[in-house]
Ligand binder design. Structure first.
Ligand code: SF4
Length: 354
């Protein structure tokens, strides 16, 4: 983790709402998401498939494909040089093109689908540089491509390889190298290690941490595996049914999860340390966004649900145990007007550290 992280925002997402138009009507995929990435920090976004993690970053960077549409909200990018913030949802296409790769880069899920199978690695790296630095010479681009591969620990002779000639881990490293090509300020990583075995996953995570401390970019790291984020992230936001249900410093969230869903997620992974315990998991499935339950969307799966949970959606607010700004949770167990005493969710198990 980055001890030197500041409270200086680099990307602010405010009240973002996204809907998908379907034949049977509107599906509200994101409801009023507000989250801030500070300069130099790693913000982890975790939740099950369909919770809205990828929709959030694609909506915020205008990469959503139809029928997805941002219906309201604001996304502000603060350049490192100071000056006026850029309203990403409102800038013209030219400005948006400049912003992508230069300032905000994305490592997409599935390197095999993201790299072109018909071009060599060198061509794919130099194309990104040529597009955004048209004045650069061929030699400069080629030199930079070599530097980038070296930076992510791939031998330079692999520049002439096609993607299918590289292992899954190497391809993912190429994707990370490509994201670093123009020294961006913000790197969004969408499940970059999901398809890799645990050894390779660990190597890639260490690589990301090493690069982050060397180049000082900020990261949004998306994963369904919250245990990965405990050591990697400075802060974690847990998403469920298109909403943030808990957000806090990674270690606080691990030691003292406040939302029953966070607790369930943390207990869904086996531990490599300590006594052997049965994995509990979370019963049931995420809700159908077209048929959301009334009140808290976690009600049908929550072992702590009570009357208030069926009636209204709890607001995202400070819990009794943490200052409002540092650790927030959306659960009636922690609502000021709840008659319930907050439950004691003991520190859960996670697997070995990164
Ligand atoms: Fe469970 Fe109620 Fe909290 Fe929702 S609001 S997580 S149903 S206790």
């Amino acid at each position: 983790m980055n001890d030197a992280r500041s409270e200086d925002p680099v990307l602010e997402i405010k009240n973002l709402c996204v809907s998908y138009g379907t034949g049977s009507g509107e599906v509200r995929a994101l409801e009023n998401i507000t989250v801030t990435l500070n300069r130099g920090e790693v913000l982890g976004l975790a939740g099950e498939s369909g919770s809205g993690k990828s929709t959030l970053v694609y909506g915020a960077t205008r990469l959503l494909s139809p029928p997805g549409i941002v219906t309201s909200g604001e996304v502000l990018y603060h350049p490192p040089t100071g000056g006026e913030a850029v309203a990403i949802l409102r800038v013209d296409d030219d400005k948006l093109r400049q912003l992508r790769w230069n300032d905000i880069a994305i490592v997409f899920q599935g390197s095999m689908n993201s790299l072109s199978p018909v071009f060599r690695i060198e061509r794919q790296l130099t194309d990104v540089i040529a597009k955004h630095r048209p004045a650069s010479s061929r030699i400069e681009r080629s030199t930079r491509a070599r530097e980038l591969l070296k930076m992510v620990g791939i031998p330079q002779d692999r520049l002439i390889a096609y993607p299918h000639q590289l292992s899954g881990g190497m391809r993912q490293r190429v994707m990370i190298a490509m994201a670093m090509a123009l020294n961006p300020d913000v790197v969004i990583m969408d499940e970059p290690t999901t398809a890799l075995d645990v050894v390779m996953q660990r190597q890639i995570l260490q690589e990301i941490l090493r690069l982050r401390s060397k180049l000082n970019f900020s990261v949004i790291f998306i994963t369904h595996d919250v245990s990965l984020l405990i050591e990697l992230a400075d802060r974690i936001a847990i998403m469920y049914a298109g909403r943030i249900v808990e957000e806090g410093p990674a270690q606080d969230l691990y030691r003292n999860p406040q939302h029953p869903y966070t607790y369930g997620l943390l207990n869904s992974f086996p531990s490599l340390h300590g006594e052997r315990k049965e994995i509990v998991g979370i019963p049931g499935s995420p809700p159908d966004l077209q048929n959301m339950p009334s009140g808290c969307p976690f009600t049908p799966r929550c072992p702590f649900a009570f009357e208030a949970c069926h009636k209204s959606m709890p607001p995202l607010t400070g819990s009794d145990q943490f200052p409002r700004e540092a650790h927030v949770v959306a659960c009636h167990l922690h609502s000021a007007d709840s008659a319930r005493v907050p439950i004691e969710l003991s520190s859960p198990r996670v697997r070995g550290s990164v």
